[in-house]
Ligand binder design. Structure first.
Ligand code: 5CA
Length: 446
């Protein structure tokens, strides 16, 4: 993409109403625009990152054997009356009526819809296990929407639902989600720690939240510092292997790590004092096992091996897709702007022309641009007639992890400059080598 043809409405000044750094940078980098409290337009740059995050979620869900589909955002209240949640859900639910006076609502979550699809089409235990999921907009009329996309009213969520014959099978689905989520977050450059949590209006006893540690997080968390040494890395997992998934769950959840809702001071005090940490975290996902709560209420039964109907065991599993943009920026930025991890960056590399209009510099930039495009990488070429200082500040703000600076002086010696946004370190290289270096960095990522 050539910046002169893109739509990147950046702001020079810090927006007054943005209290945390991710909100400020998302507004300044032209990623989002607020339309009303907690409701945002996704401008091209923000939309691009949202799509990248979404793609990672889809890829990792597919590896775990989960099946994507799409539910409507507007639902009939009747389903929620069946589950018994219509009255209990309270003011967070946006309710409305259609022209016939029928009660409708904007989905805040979708246990009822998925249970309804399941009961309509699945009749035998032979069709289990089954995990269906969607990535879809949700609406919760939060009393205090704030921090930009972190606590929105309209937000984008991956929500998945497992249907299993037995409790053991459903707990395997729970473990499988935990493993798959660890991989998902690591691909986005995040460490998200599973912590024992409270299930709230979703229900059930078994639940873990995934938290990214950050001072601006809304949750208070308590954990054993050993947990931050754990990395999932690139280990091979067979998601059908019950023991393997169970072993990963045990590895990642056996140390003390809880949100304030489930915190137990006495148990925490058994952790050696030098390892006890009290911090803040951003909840980027949550997994639940709630047994037959919805299948009992809504009659989601299958014929079991003995021919008798049995209610299926279920759980639901969410990832805060739009919130993740905020979490990634909170975890990765400096005073000049965002620093995107390679896995989610909106463009792979920035090309900065120091002297637009200079034949040699323009030709060198065009050649770099074409080389990257031919390799399947997306460059963002700042080809505007702007002063170099403004171009540098802009590139730093939008946070592409790699930048190539092209100027007449370097070109005389046959080199361009390759700079890491994270470390600030630069290296002078012939253009072909710079391209090869960037291509190598993205091998297996882009
Ligand atoms: N049905 C279950 C699992 S699919 C569910 O709704 N879980 S949840 O309530 O925990 O939401 C899943 C994730 O959505 C949360 O972990 C959080 O990352 C994100 N989320 C929840 N509320 C908001 C909000 N107001 N703004 C942005 N993200 C949110």
């Amino acid at each position: 993409m050539r910046l002169s043809r893109y739509f990147l409405p950046t702001l020079k000044e810090n927006p007054a109403d943005a209290q945390i750094v991710s909100h400020r940078y998302m507004l300044r980098a032209g990623m989002i625009k607020q339309q009303s409290a907690g409701i945002y337009s996704w401008l091209p740059l923000g939309f691009k990152v949202l799509r990248k995050i979404e793609n990672i979620v889809h890829e990792e869900q597919a590896k775990a054997g989960h099946i994507a589909m799409q539910m409507p955002t507007l639902q009939s209240a009747d389903l929620w009356r069946e589950s018994g949640r219509y009255d209990g859900y309270g003011e967070e639910m946006l309710r409305m009526q259609d022209r016939h006076g029928r009660d409708m609502l904007f989905s805040p979550t979708a246990e009822e819809l998925f249970t309804d699809v399941f009961r309509s089409h699945v009749t035998s235990y032979k069709d289990l296990p089954l995990t269906l999921y969607q990535i879809q907009w949700k609406f919760r009329d939060e009393i205090r929407p704030r921090f930009g996309v972190m606590r929105g009213r309209e937000f984008y969520m991956k929500d998945g639902y497992n249907f299993d014959l037995t409790k053991e099978d459903a707990l395997h689905a729970y473990n499988r989600h935990l493993v798959s989520y660890l991989r998902t977050y690591e691909r986005m450059g995040l460490q998200a720690i599973p912590m024992r949590a409270d299930s709230g209006p979703i229900g059930g006893d078994d639940t873990h939240e995934f938290l990214v540690l950050a001072d601006t997080g809304e949750s208070e968390v308590f954990y054993d510092s050993e947990i931050t040494d754990l990395k999932f890395g690139d280990r091979e997992i067979d998601f059908d292997n019950v023991d393997q998934c169970q072993a990963v769950l045990e590895e990642f959840t056996s140390r003390y790590a809880r949100t304030d809702e489930t915190h137990d001071e006495a148990v925490f005090n058994e952790v050696p004092e030098e390892r006890r940490r009290v911090a803040r975290g951003i909840e980027v996902g949550q997994i639940f096992y709630f047994g037959t709560k919805y299948s009992d209420a809504m009659g989601a039964k299958v014929q079991g091996p003995d021919g008798k109907p049995v209610a299926v065991h279920m759980g639901s599993h969410g990832i805060g897709v739009s919130r993740l943009l905020g979490a990634i920026i909170e975890a990765s930025h400096d005073d000049k702007g965002i620093i995107w991890p390679e896995g989610v960056t909106p463009f792979h590399v920035g090309i900065l022309n120091m002297k637009q209009g200079d034949d040699e510099a323009d030709a060198a930039c065009d050649a770099l641009y074409n080389s990257f495009t031919a390799l399947g990488l997306e460059p963002l070429y700042d080809d505007r007639n702007e002063r170099a200082g403004g171009k540098f500040a802009n590139m730093d703000l939008i946070g592409l992890p790699w930048r190539i600076t092209v100027g007449p002086r370097g070109l005389k010696n046959g080199v361009v400059e390759l700079t890491s946004r994270r470390t600030g370190e630069s290296e002078e290289l012939p253009p072909e080598q710079a391209v090869a270096r960037v291509a190598e960095i993205y091998k297996g990522i882009a």
